[in-house]
Design a protein around this ligand. Structure first.
Ligand SMILES: O=P(O)(O)OC[C@H]1O[C@H](OP(=O)(O)OP(=O)(O)O)[C@H](O)[C@@H]1O
Ligand SMILES: Nc1ncnc2[nH]cnc12
Length: 177
């Protein structure tokens, strides 16, 4: 039987903490057929739509977002952890399992009215993606979709983003944490 995207994803038990099943996409990215399938499936719903920019969330969203932007012939915008971008930025804080984190984008990375596709490898609580969406919207651009390889539905991220009016696309789901 032909392998699906999900078949290429490796699960590491107890990383980074005991009790966590870490869904490791490096094995998907390392396989030429797997990586191509994954990028093709991520962008398929958006073929024919106007997309001005693809935004990727650090770090694994950069690998996917760059490939998707290349395929769609758009620019790529990195949304980075605090302190990494060299130009003037706007910042958005979000909640992690323990404490808070901050993501940033260059304040001239998008223009008002531009249509942006947000890409990341995995949707868990949705905190990271929500922070990315808020940054894009604060620049006056519009998020036309949020595309992920993996959804962890038990952590509620999809519901959280859909409650914000977002269109969420994920290639596969893993039940449990
Ligand atoms: O939906 P959430 O609960 O916000 O979790 C999802 C985020 O967590 C992971 O990144 P991580 O924060 O581990 O950063 P990294 O990619 O830099 O390792 C993943 O790549 C997503 O960006
Ligand atoms: N279970 C998980 N596997 C990989 N990345 C994650 N980010 C948050 N939860 C994760």
């Amino acid at each position: 039987m032909r392998k699906t995207v999900k078949d290429y994803i490796r699960t590491i038990v107890d990383f980074p903490h005991e009790g966590i099943l870490f869904r490791d996409v490096t094995t998907l990215f390392a396989d030429p057929r797997g990586f191509r399938m994954c990028v093709d499936q991520l962008l398929a719903p958006y073929a024919g739509l106007r997309i001005d920019k693809v935004a990727g969330l650090e770090a694994r969203g950069f690998i996917l977002g760059g490939a998707v932007a290349h395929q769609l012939s758009t620019g790529f915008i990195p949304i980075r952890k605090k302190g990494k971008l060299p130009g003037a930025t706007i910042s958005q804080s979000y909640t992690l399992e323990y404490g808070e984190a901050v993501v940033e984008v260059h304040d001239d990375a998008m223009q008002p009215g531009e249509k942006v596709l947000l890409v990341d490898d995995l949707l868990a609580t949705g905190g990271t993606a929500e922070a990315g969406i808020r940054l894009i919207e604060r620049l006056g651009a519009q998020v036309v979709g949020c595309a992920f390889v993996v959804d962890l539905p038990d952590l509620g991220g999809r519901k959280r983003l859909e409650a914000m009016g977002m269109e969420v696309h994920a290639l596969c789901a893993f039940e449990g944490l």
